[in-house]
Design a protein around this ligand. Sequence first.
Ligand code: AMP
Ligand code: ZN
Length: 460
Amino acid sequence: MELRLYDTLTKEKRIFAPLDAENVRMYVCGPTVYDFAHIGNARPVIVFDVLFRLLRHLYGEAHVKYVRNITDVDDKINDRAARDFPGLPLNEAIRKVTEQTGRQFHADVDALGALRPSVEPRATEHIAEMREIIERLIKGGFAYAAEDHVLFSPQAMNAANSSLPRYGALSKRSLDEMIAGARVDVAPYKRDATDFVLWKPSKPGEPSWPSPAGIKAEGRPGWHIECSAMAWKHLGEHFDIHGGGIDLVFPHHENEVAQTCCAFHQQRMANYWMHNGFLQVESEKMSKSLGNFITIDELLADWPGEVLRLNMLKTHYRSPIDWTMKSLEESAKTLDDWYRVAADVAPGEPAASVVEPLLDDLNTPLAIAALHSLRGGDVGALAGSLRLLGFLSESAAQWEGRKQQASGVDAKEVERLLAERTAARSRKDFKESDRIRDLLAAMGVAIKDSKDGTTWEFSR
Ligand code: AMP
Ligand code: ZN
């Protein structure tokens, strides 16, 4: 059986043929470390972890290189640092924010059963590569310096009569339409409205590095160039798979392709572009203003990471996912059962009935259905298959113990949140009280208001 993957560029499932079967290479855009990761951010982590595990299964552990970066230079990080550590020099505050957030991210994704990538490069450690790419782009006539910025010109790229890809090919946008639809308040240093930033000046006190292109003032990179540089450094000019969430297709990935292909005269940056669909909560878009914004850390207070993992994989990675309480409860029951039946069994080879759907563009819902069928039969194959998917990291006894511990912590936290909610209601802040109710629901707590007060119970 061959692995087939859906490629966003060609819009079809194609047989996966690595450039080098001894060294299969995948890059996935990682987090910008300024805040807790939310459950939507967990989706690419889990999806591409399954792919990483599958590739290792097919090509051997030593023959797969998975790179997931950490974006540690960004305006959002600077803003957060200034807000959270007003007394510290900005650069020190930034280091605190990125270190804390990076540690939290690792704790979260470890708990989700995701293997650490082979390399986790940090943007700030690849400034030299960024400058090198920028210099190449200027030399090739694809980029120019203006007012201490360096800009990439998609029009120069598409005017080049060469074997480069067209700008817009990945996101299926036409450059002419982008030009026509461009906003009027374009930054004055841009020659064309569609030009994007490769390098920009830093404000006093902000992180800064010597600039490329003979610019005297120090500056810092734009976001897109970071990934081109880190992918180049660790995977080369052309590699197998590039992944991320569907929101990254434009402009981030379109711009990565433009930078890399123009700098290295490549027809392609990655041979397969894979994008996970979006996650919404109880049928609503997750957002801070709607109050249904759930962090991985909050969920982990109430659910074992493997429950979150299973809940994610019950939906195919390209479909939108509706994250619901009901589905989480079902996932928890399923895992309880699998732990009882298979955790302490010697794992056999993963079953063909599980591996085959995975080979078909990571059809995890079908693979999970096959696991249910194995449940009453070959439990050795069930155990091996579950491990391939990143489950059963604990013994059955550990699993039970942790669950009991978790419900001990809950009760206190529930009481605290209920008190907060009562306070919010009494000051008529219904947005806040609804937010807390939803948060409790996500923790598995059902509440009931009556004239005698509020009662609650675990709904699982
Ligand atoms: P960000 O830190 O916003 O750049 O996001 C990190 C990763 O999470 C990217 O691959 C995003 O595409 C992905 N992502 C962000 N929000 C969601 C969501 N609600 N559902 C699925 N993936 C998401
Ligand atoms: Zn990226």
